[in-house]
Design a protein around this ligand. Structure first.
Ligand SMILES: [Zn+2]
Length: 232
């Protein structure tokens, strides 16, 4: 019996030694990667380190959209198409942070139109601190876009932490661009589309077309939301 005990103990000790060795070697490699980041490390290695740090720290990604325009065909905005973030469920709260009556009505109409699709539900709240999404305005001639959507995403979950959407009064009220109320609503629907997690779609009629805001929410947009949230 002592012999069997000895063999079992030897195997047990060997397994644990192997596990510990693996952990120590792993930690040394991580330490080395973080160390060489400051040195003249190869580009590939540096990008691995940056990604590793983001995973380790749960750092948020900030996606600030901006855009280009022409007089006749103003860009709605420009977003990072690689970011396929979303909310955990197909619902989010919104605080409308503007006193401009046209923009308030445009946001309210856009929210009602999205809610009517049944694919995503926005709930208005009257306190900014309770809101997932802040819907506001700006007056910026340098952004060169009709709107803007800025999001922070938790890289561990790829879910949004917060989104701020803006309507740009500088262009939407500029007679050269001739935005009527419907196109302002489409712009609001578009920015809220980004706040849902949708990317641009210029392959067909879509509220997510990258310029012009000529179309409201289409069947293809509803399907895109259902697909994003795994509901179809
Ligand atoms: Zn856009």
């Amino acid at each position: 019996m002592p012999l069997i005990k000895g063999i079992v103990r030897f195997i047990w000790t060997t397994i644990w030694s192997f596990i510990w060795l693996t952990i120590v070697v792993g930690l040394c490699l991580v330490g080395l990667l973080f160390y060489v980041e400051g040195q003249a490390a190869p580009q590939v290695l540096q990008s691995i380190v940056v990604q590793a740090k983001e995973v380790v720290t749960g750092q948020v990604a900030i996606d600030l959209s901006s855009g280009l325009d022409t007089i006749t065909h103003l860009a709605t905005d420009q977003v990072n198409e690689s970011a396929s973030s979303r909310w955990e469920t197909n619902a989010a709260t919104v605080y409308i942070d503007t006193t401009d009556p046209t923009f308030v009505e445009a946001y309210q109409t856009a929210i009602a139109n999205w809610n009517a699709t049944g694919a995503f539900t926005f709930t208005l709240v009257d306190n900014a601190s309770q809101a997932d999404i802040i819907a506001t305005e700006m007056n910026d001639s340098t952004s060169r876009a009709a709107g803007e959507a800025e999001s922070t995403t938790n890289l561990l979950t790829n879910y949004f932490d917060s989104v701020t959407v803006k309507l740009n009064a500088y262009y939407l009220y500029n007679s050269e661009y001739a935005y009527d109320f419907d196109r302002i609503v489409h712009t609001a629907e578009h920015e809220l589309g980004h706040a849902i997690g949708l990317s641009h779609d210029d392959s067909q009629e879509s509220v997510m077309e990258s310029a012009g805001s000529y179309h409201g929410i289409q069947e293809t947009d509803i399907q895109a939301v259902l697909t994003l949230y795994g509901l179809n």
